[in-house]
Write a protein of this length. Structure first.
Length: 762
C-alpha cells in the first residue's frame, strides 16, 4: 500500500513538473490594448507560435533559460530571457511610430533621440526599404522630404539635399557619407552609394543641410548607412531569389552567428539586368562581412569589410525628341562605343569602442578604401585607381558644467587619398564592331589629397525641457598634382591648399508640451572644389578659386499626438550659399570651376506617420511626406549672362508622397504615390521638365512553414500608371555640332518584380 501511494505521488509530481515547464501571458501595446498575431520565436530551438485574438499566448515544454523574440509588423522587435516557468507574463511592445521620435541617432557625436535633436534628420528603416523592389538602394531616398535623387540608371544616380548638388553633371557631390562610421565620400567630395545592396542595410540617417560641425566638408548634408546589429543569440542561414522586368535577376545568401561575446554576419548578393534601354546591361557582385567581439572589460571590437565588383553599360542621356518618342534607345555615340563603367571597390574598417572611465568614452577606427576603375566613353577611355587610408577618433565626456548636466564630444578625422588616372583615345569609330578600342595615351597624372578635420560639440540640458547644442569644426584640405604626360606642352603639376575653414553650429530645442518639441538652429557648411574644377582651360591651377560656403537658418517642430498614434515633423529653412561654385563646360568631358555668385535655398518640409489597429489583427499605417522648394540665384552672372532671380536647375519645385501599409498577421500590402513638380533644365530657365506622378504597389507574406524555417514572398508593380517621365536630367546640357542638347534620362515604364527567400534558424 505504501509503495502504491509513493508511486502515485511520484506520478503526480511528474505531471505537475511537466505542466510547470511552460510560459503563458498576454501581449499588449503601451495603452494596454491586446495585440493579436504576434510571432513568438524561441531563439534556442527555432520553434515558435503566434498570439491569439486577445493577445494571449502559451508555450509548453520549454527548456529554461529561454530567449523569446516577439515581433509583428509595425512594432519594435523585443527579445526577453526567461529563467523559470510563469503563467502571468505581460509583454508590452512599442509601436514603430513611437520609435521614430524616440530612436537614438547612431551617427550623432553625442547620442540622442530624434525628437530632441535640433536638426532635420530623415530616417529610412529596413521596413521603409521594402516599399519598392530590392534592386536599387537610392530610389528609397525620394520618400525623404528635402532629398531628391536623379535616377538615370542603376549605376547613374546623383543625390541632392535641399538643392545642394543639383547642378552636378553625372555624380553626387557636396554630401558627406559614412558606411558603419567609415567615410565613403572621396577626399574631394564625390560620392557613390548606388552600388550597395539595400538588403544589407538596417537603417539610413540623413542629416539635411550644412552639418560641417559634425561631419566636415558636406554643404548639402550627411548620409549615414548602417548594417544590422545582432546582439542576441542567433544562428541562421538564408537565401533568396528575385526576378523583375527587363530580365532583372538577383541572388542573395547570408549567414549569421551570434553567441556570447562573438557575432559574425556575412551577406552575398548578385544582381544582373538587361536594362530597359539599349546598352543598359548591368552586373554587380557584392559581399559584406561583419565581426564583433565584446571583451571581458565590456569594450567592443568591430570589423567591417565590403567588396563590390561592377560592370554597367551606359545608355547616357537623350534629346527631347528621342525622350518623347524612343525612350528605350541609347545615345548614338554611347551605343556605338558600347560605353560602360567597371570597377572593383573595397572598404575595410576596424573600430574599438571603449569606456575609459565612468564618464569618459572613446570610439576610434582606422579604415581603408580602394577603387580600381575602367570606363570606355565615346570621347576617351578613362583608367583610374584610387586608394585612401584614414582614421577617426572621438572622445565623449559626461560632466556638470555650472551645475548643468552636460556632455562634450571632440575628435579628429584624417584621410590621405592617392589617385592615379590615365586617359586614352577611343578608336571605336575606326572599327565595324559595336565596341570601344583603346588607342594612344592622351593624359596621365597622379594626385595626393589630404583631408584634416577637427570637431567638437557641447550639449547642455539646463532644464528637463530645454536642450542646447554648440559645435565647431576646423578643416584643412590640400592636394598636389603631378603631370606624368610629357608629350604635350602643358605641365599641370603643382600644389594647392584651400584656406582653412572654421564651421560653427548652434541649436536649441524646447519641449513646450509633453512629447512636443520646438527647435531652432544656425549652422555653417562648406564644400571644396574638385581637382578638375581647379584647373583652367589651359590646364593650369586656378589659385583664385574659393571654397563654396553656406549658412543654414532653420526652425522646426517635432511631436506625437493621439496617444502616440500620430507623429509629425515640420521644418522651415533658408540656406544662403556664397562663392557659388559653377562647373562650366568647355568640352565634351572638360569642366572648369568658377565662383559665380550667390544662391538662396529656402524650403518647407513636412513628415507625418499614423498607425491604427482594428479587431482581428488588422493594422493600418499611413504616411505623408512632402517638401516645397524655393531655390533661386541671388546674384549669378556667368559669361556675361545675368541669371539673378532665376530658379536653380535640376530639382523639382515640390514633392508629395502619401502612402499606406495594410497588415494582417503575416501579410501586408504597401501602396504609395509620389508626385514631383517641374524643374528647370538650365540656368536660363528656358526649358523645364513636366511634373510627374508615380504609383507603386508591393505585397508581402512571411510565414514559419516548419520549425525554424521562415518563408518570405513578395510581389510588386512600379509605375502602375505607366507614366512617361524624366527620372534624371543633365543640367545645362550643351549640343555639340548643332545637335539638340541631351537633357533627359527617361524613367522606367510600368514594371513588375517578385521574390522568394528562406531563412533557417538553428
Amino acid at each position: 500500500m505504501t509503495e502504491k501511494i509513493c508511486c502515485l505521488w511520484f506520478l503526480l509530481f511528474c505531471v505537475s513538473l511537466g505542466r510547470s515547464q511552460e510560459i503563458k501571458g498576454i501581449i499588449v501595446e503601451e495603452s494596454g490594448t491586446a495585440i493579436p498575431g504576434v510571432s513568438i520565436l524561441n531563439l534556442k530551438t527555432g520553434s515558435g507560435t503566434t498570439s491569439e485574438s486577445q493577445g494571449e499566448f502559451q508555450i509548453e515544454n520549454i527548456e529554461f533559460p529561454a530567449q523569446l523574440e516577439f515581433s509583428i509588423l509595425g512594432y519594435q522587435n523585443l527579445v526577453r530571457t526567461f529563467r523559470k516557468p510563469n503563467d502571468s507574463i505581460t509583454i508590452t511592445l512599442v509601436r514603430e511610430v513611437d520609435m521614430l521620435s524616440e530612436v537614438l541617432l547612431r551617427s550623432s557625436n553625442i547620442s540622442q533621440q530624434v525628437r530632441q535633436t535640433p536638426a532635420a534628420v530623415g530616417i529610412i528603416s529596413s521596413e521603409d526599404l521594402k516599399r519598392k523592389d530590392n534592386f536599387n538602394l537610392v530610389q528609397n531616398f525620394n520618400y525623404v522630404p528635402g532629398v531628391y535623387v536623379n535616377q538615370g540608371a542603376l549605376n547613374t544616380n546623383k543625390i541632392n539635399i535641399r538643392g545642394i548638388g543639383s547642378r552636378s553633371q553625372y555624380s553626387t557631390n557636396r554630401i558627406k557619407a559614412y558606411f558603419n562610421g567609415i567615410p565613403i565620400t572621396t577626399a574631394e567630395g564625390e560620392l557613390t552609394i548606388d552600388d550597395f545592396d539595400p538588403e544589407t542595410i538596417d537603417r539610413i540617417e540623413i542629416f539635411k543641410g550644412p552639418v560641417s560641425s559634425v561631419f566636415g566638408a558636406g554643404l548639402g548634408g550627411a548620409i549615414n548607412l548602417y548594417t544590422p546589429e545582432f546582439r542576441t543569440e542567433r544562428r541562421s542561414v538564408e537565401g533568396g531569389f528575385s526576378y523583375g522586368s527587363f530580365n532583372t535577376r538577383k541572388y542573395t545568401a547570408g549567414i549569421s552567428y551570434v553567441k556570447d561575446s562573438l557575432d559574425l554576419n556575412f551577406r552575398y548578393s548578385k544582381l544582373e539586368s538587361d536594362g530597359y534601354r539599349e546598352n543598359g546591361n548591368y552586373d554587380r557582385l557584392g559581399m559584406t562581412t561583419q565581426a564583433g567581439f565584446l571583451n571581458k572589460k565590456g569594450n567592443r571590437w568591430n570589423l567591417f569589410y565590403s567588396h563590390i565588383n561592377l560592370k554597367a553599360y551606359i545608355p547616357s542621356s537623350l534629346n527631347e525628341d528621342d525622350f518623347l518618342n524612343e525612350p528605350e534607345k541609347a545615345a548614338f555615340s554611347w551605343n556605338q562605343a558600347a560605353g560602360y563603367e567597371s570597377y572593383s571597390r573595397n572598404i575595410l574598417g576596424l573600430s574599438y569602442d571603449q569606456d575609459l572611465s565612468e564618464n569618459w568614452q572613446n570610439l576610434s577606427s582606422i579604415f581603408y578604401n580602394s577603387r580600381d576603375g575602367y570606363e570606355p566613353r565615346p570621347f576617351d577611355i578613362l583608367d583610374e585607381e584610387r586608394q585612401s587610408v584614414g582614421l577617426r577618433s572621438r572622445f565623449n565626456h559626461q560632466l556638470k558644467l555650472l551645475s548643468i548636466p552636460s556632455e562634450i564630444s571632440f575628435g579628429t578625422e584624417l584621410i590621405w587619398e592617392f589617385y592615379d588616372v590615365w586617359n586614352y583615345e577611343n578608336l571605336y569609330e575606326e572599327i565595324e564592331e559595336r565596341r570601344s578600342l583603346q588607342g594612344d595615351l592622351i593624359n596621365s597624372n597622379s594626385q595626393n589629397r589630404n583631408y584634416l578635420n577637427f570637431f567638437a560639440q557641447l550639449n547642455l540640458d539646463p532644464t528637463e525641457k530645454l536642450h542646447i547644442e554648440a559645435g565647431l569644426n576646423f578643416n584643412s584640405t590640400s592636394y598636389d598634382l603631378e603631370d606624368n604626360f610629357m608629350e604635350d606642352d602643358i605641365d599641370q603639376s603643382g600644389d594647392y591648399s584651400f584656406d582653412p575653414v572654421l564651421s560653427p553650429r548652434l541649436g536649441i530645442s524646447y519641449t513646450a508640451f509633453p512629447e512636443k518639441t520646438f527647435y531652432a538652429s544656425v549652422s555653417h557648411g562648406f564644400s571644396t572644389p574638385s581637382v578638375a574644377e581647379t584647373l583652367t582651360p589651359e590646364g593650369l591651377i586656378n589659385t583664385d578659386l574659393k571654397t563654396e560656403t553656406g549658412l543654414n537658418y532653420e526652425v522646426g517642430f517635432k511631436g506625437s499626438w493621439l496617444e502616440r498614434r500620430l507623429y509629425t515633423e515640420l521644418s522651415l529653412y533658408s540656406i544662403q550659399i556664397r562663392n557659388l561654385l559653377v562647373a562650366r563646360r568647355v568640352g565634351q568631358d572638360q569642366y572648369v570651376g568658377v565662383n559665380a555668385g550667390k544662391a538662396d535655398h529656402n524650403g518647407i518640409e513636412f513628415t507625418s506617420t499614423y498607425t491604427s489597429y482594428f479587431t482581428g489583427g488588422w493594422q493600418l499605417d499611413l504616411f505623408l511626406n512632402s517638401n516645397f522648394n524655393f531655390f533661386t540665384f541671388d546674384r549669378f552672372v556667368d559669361l556675361g549672362e545675368n541669371y539673378s532671380g532665376n530658379e536653380l536647375p535640376g530639382v523639382p519645385d515640390y514633392m508629395i508622397t502619401p502612402g499606406l501599409e495594410l497588415g494582417f498577421r503575416n501579410a501586408n500590402l504597401n501602396l504609395n504615390y509620389q508626385a514631383f513638380g517641374e524643374m528647370p533644365l538650365n540656368d536660363a530657365n528656358s526649358r523645364y521638365t513636366d511634373a510627374y506622378q508615380l504609383l507603386n504597389l508591393r505585397l508581402g507574406y512571411e510565414k514559419e512553414v516548419l520549425s525554424g524555417l521562415a518563408l518570405n514572398l513578395n510581389f510588386g508593380i512600379n509605375n502602375i500608371l505607366d507614366e512617361n517621365y524624366a527620372a534624371s536630367v543633365v543640367t545645362n546640357a550643351v549640343g555639340f555640332g548643332g545637335s539638340d542638347p541631351r537633357y533627359y534620362y527617361p524613367g522606367e515604364p510600368r514594371n513588375y518584380y517578385g521574390g522568394v527567400s528562406l531563412r533557417y534558424d538553428f
